[in-house]
Design a binder for this molecule. Sequence first.
Ligand code: PGA
Length: 257
Amino acid sequence: MASRQPKPLVAGNWKMNGMINSRAEAARLAARLDKARPKPRCEVMICPPVTLLTTLRDTLKGTGVKLGGQDCHPLESGAHTGDTSAEMLANGGAKAVIVGHSERRADHGETDLLVQSKVLAAHRAKLLAIVCVGETETQRDSGQALRVVGTQLKNSLPDGISAANTVIAYEPVWAIGTGRTPTPDDVAKVHQHIRRHLRRRFGAEGEAMRILYGGSVKPANAQELMSVPNVNGALVGGASLKAQDFFGIIKAYIPGA
Ligand code: PGA
């Protein structure tokens, strides 16, 4: 069964950072990857602000580094000022889109049902949906972490999804941008819980679906976090902005590095 699992994925979420100069960081990353021997055994992705998608598409052409969006509207087009559809992201070069990030859930009041409609939109546009779930600190402290994550999965994931079109990202809210991370044991417990949910609901597809860990992943902790069972890659915020740091995380997937 493990052999069905797609390659691990290391995705950089630039959030609302990165002006046009960020192209240089993307080019630096591409150069590091090009020189890497052996090649990393993971897929590499950058999810820049939408204004940089087409620029980075040109910068990263032929490097194997994929691009993703950070959010999408459920609909294909229409009178929705300030929004971007999944089709538009695909048109700009994205192969994936992050949906349900805790910052969207908190800043924009996004519900699980809205997130589910965005997953469907991603699939309609043939994008990989990277679906984020995770508990707050209060929820963890009151022993609710597994229950909260289970409910988010139940309500955010539509039926009939596959390992090829969906990735889950477990991101404890209290670990995002704080420098704090759960212990490997705690990560293992949540990822096992997620795997069970996926397996029960989606069978072999759920067994093969990648589950990323996100929240203060850095070069110094990547190796340890990425070797936890059922961790199939990382969603990286702050440390993805500098090519050197991002490459330091990708190194967890370079044998002998
Ligand atoms: P961080 O963010 O790596 O800066 O903690 C992770 C994320 O929000 O995806």
